[in-house]
Design a protein around this ligand. Structure first.
Ligand SMILES: NC(=O)C1=CN([C@@H]2O[C@H](COP(=O)(O)OP(=O)(O)OC[C@H]3O[C@@H](n4cnc5c(N)ncnc54)[C@H](OP(=O)(O)O)[C@@H]3O)[C@@H](O)[C@H]2O)[C@@H](O)CC1
Ligand SMILES: Nc1ncnc2c1ncn2[C@@H]1O[C@H](COP(=O)(O)OP(=O)(O)O)[C@@H](O)[C@H]1O
Length: 315
């Protein structure tokens, strides 16, 4: 039976009722030859996910830098760092205001610290395999200079939350975003970036056009998150549930995306794996919990991934 795009949107439009969604990333439906709308299935994840290798070490799994947090939202930085750590990055460094350092060392002793002033010394950033910016940074002093620096270096970034606000205010900068960057807006942040939309169908069409134009991956977050790749194809994530509707959940997702980029996955694969396992961890927790916290989701990720790999390989 055909699946139509309409089923994954919170509102309706006559056009979305006509769009057939392909089941799986490489299959084609009988009705639509190569529909741009594709449902992510377990099989796709099995093909993407790589095992931890014998003789591997922390260097094998990359070094991620997370630029996040300010006085009132230091928790966002902790949650993003936690997502990255539990997502399996070899090393995680977080750049937060120094006032958060004691909290960081107490809560996440595995995570390293980089002074904010180091961010404009671009040479010191070369060692990072993934750079994420945005959760809880507020109006980071020098935020623009930091972004301009990354863009001049042509280093892809993962931009979330307040970094998206900055890009929305400075559209000239948005169009200098390095190729293969990943933007992770929720609906309001999306409209700040690309203008107000009448409904989700229109928003998706803009996302497809902008992802192609910018050469970036857009992760448009919702109950069913849409991952739009550089070709304008839309991958629909089916994991996740309303128990996850709590602050900080997106911060964990940003850290998780950074973890997968650091481990060497492409921007598209990193976004797909992060959304899938983030939602799946939330689904597993929701079996026993009415609501789940962002911290719980981060901590559940390694178990979720392990169970998924073991189940698929028949262990
Ligand atoms: N512990 C910490 O330090 C935390 C720090 N955080 C950090 O704080 C910063 C600002 O975050 P924020 O929540 O104040 O603003 P923002 O996310 O723009 O929401 C504004 C309004 O938009 C809407 N809306 C939001 N999401 C939506 C969705 N998925 N789907 C639909 N609508 C959605 C909703 O409006 P409503 O629908 O209620 O009218 C909401 O009230 C940011 O950097 C973040 O990383 C948080 O992560 C929390 C934990
Ligand atoms: N009802 C839901 N079903 C599935 N996923 C959800 C639901 N509510 C929230 N999420 C997930 O939680 C995350 C919320 O992100 P975001 O709005 O940026 O949160 P925050 O800014 O508080 O960190 C997204 O990944 C979204 O898909």
């Amino acid at each position: 039976m055909s699946v139509f795009l309409n089923a994954f949107l919170p509102d309706t439009d006559p056009s979305s009722k006509l769009q057939v969604v392909d089941r799986g990333l490489s299959k084609q439906s009988a009705e639509a030859s190569a529909s741009p709308y594709k449902l992510i299935e377990e099989e796709d994840i099995r093909e993407l996910v790589k095992p931890r290798m014998p003789f591997s070490h922390k260097g094998t799994y990359g070094h991620a830098l997370i630029i996040a947090g300010e006085i009132r939202t230091m928790g966002a930085a902790m949650l993003a760092a936690k997502g990255c750590l539990y997502g399996g990055a070899g090393l995680t460094t977080v750049s937060i205001p120094e006032t958060g350092l004691t909290a960081l060392n107490s809560a996440l002793p595995e995570v390293m610290f980089l002074e904010r002033k180091q961010l404009i010394k671009m040479k010191s950033l070369k060692k990072y395999n993934a750079i994420a910016i945005g959760p809880g940074i507020g109006k980071l002093l020098d935020g623009m200079a930091v972004l301009e620096g990354f863009f001049a270096l042509k280093r892809p970034v993962i931009a979330d939350a307040d970094a998206l606000g900055l890009l929305g205010e400075h559209q000239d900068l948005l169009y200098h975003l390095p190729k293969d960057s990943i933007l992770t807006p929720h609906v309001k942040e999306f409209d700040v970036l690309f203008g107000q939309h009448k409904n989700w169908w229109e928003r998706l069409q803009t996302a497809r056009m902008e992802a192609k134009k910018l050469g970036t991956v857009i992760v448009l977050k919702n109950q069913f998150t849409f991952i739009i790749d550089q070709q304008g194809d839309v991958m629909i994530n089916q994991t996740g549930n309303p128990a996850m509707a709590q602050g900080g959940m997106g911060d964990v997702l940003t850290g998780l995306v950074a973890a997968y980029v650091a481990q060497g996955y492409s921007a598209k694969a990193a976004a797909i794996l992060a959304c899938y396992f983030h939602g799946k961890a939330g689904d597993e927790l929701a079996k026993d919990n009415f609501s789940v916290t962002a911290s719980q989701v981060a901590e559940e990720i390694p178990k979720t991934v392990k169970r998924f790999i073991d189940l698929r390989s028949g262990n």
